[in-house]
Design a protein around this ligand. Structure first.
Ligand code: CAA
Length: 241
């Protein structure tokens, strides 16, 4: 039986690597995206997957996107809440818009995407919800009060949802990537990024595929005993227990 997976933010960066990996695992995969049509078309072609446009910060739009995927591929078994944005800036200069955008896209999205799929997973007694948080949700980061708050929120969300659904064959886990070689990280000012990389013990940025490998494990049949767990994948930059 081929599982169906929906990866938000799946046409670029870490999400694209996850889509590629789950497809290679034999799943039917849909990749969500919000605005970059060029990247979406390229990913659809390159990986031969369904792409679905939608705003993860909007509940109705998520419910519509989930329905589109389920109509085309079947009930969603694996949800990867990966889509995220940054609007970095010191808190004393941060606008309400910068705060709100990041909270909606990085945190409200967990409700917006998971709520429409969880009842089906419960009925079928099988599901995998994998949330992509961040090292900066664990340790905090200058310039990211909004992002750190949202990403820390995903960790609490994961634990509570895992407990609620453990008896239903559904696992819920969260991965905290460090600095990965993506467009998002490329947006960090060059001098700031150089300082960050100097603080990564393995001496380099991570790769999307390195996160995708962990998602692949968690999404698989054999990971049924792993739930409510936080996975730290950051090249040794922050040693969370
Ligand atoms: N700690 C304390 N103070 C700092 C500091 C730090 N780390 N960095 C800079 N400052 C100080 C400066 O010394 C300066 O002080 P003075 O005015 O007294 O000289 C003051 O802050 C202003 O510095 P800047 O002019 O650089 O401030 P800015 O407003 O232009 O930029 C910033 C500040 C937005 C935080 C910028 O440094 C930045 O973008 N940092 C990167 C943040 C980051 O790591 N984002 C991660 C994005 S990738 C991602 O999020 C993926 C993931 O999950 C890991």
């Amino acid at each position: 039986m081929s599982r169906v997976a929906f990866v938000t933010g799946g046409t670029r960066g870490i999400g694209k690597a996850i889509v590629e990996r789950l497809k290679a695992d034999g799943m039917k995969v849909a990749a969500g995206y919000s605005g970059n049509e060029e990247a979406a078309a390229a990913t659809a072609k390159e990986l031969d997957v369904m792409v679905v446009k939608g705003n993860v910060g909007n509940f109705e739009d998520c419910a519509r996107a989930v329905k589109e995927v389920e109509d085309a591929l079947g009930p969603i078994d694996v949800l990867v809440n990966n889509a995220g944005i940054t609007r970095d800036g010191f808190f004393h200069k941060m606008t309400y818009e910068q705060w709100g955008e990041v909270i909606r896209v990085n945190m409200d999205s967990a409700f917006n995407m998971t709520r429409p799929v969880i009842e089906g997973m419960r009925e079928r007694n099988w599901g995998r919800v994998i949330n992509i948080s961040s090292i900066n949700g664990q340790k905090g980061q200058v310039g990211q009060t909004n992002y750190s708050a949202a990403k820390a929120g995903l960790i609490g969300f994961t634990k509570a949802l895992a407990l609620e659904n453990a008896k239903k064959g559904i696992t819920v886990n969260v991965i905290c990537p460090g600095y990965i070689d993506t467009d998002m990280v490329a947006g960090v000012p060059e001098n700031v990024l150089a300082g960050i990389v100097a603080g990564i013990p393995v001496g380099r940025l991570g790769k999307g595929e390195e996160i995708a490998d962990m998602v692949s494990y968690l999404a698989g049949e054999r990971a049924g005993f792993v739930t409510g767990a936080t996975f730290t994948l950051n090249g040794g930059q922050y040693l969370a227990s």
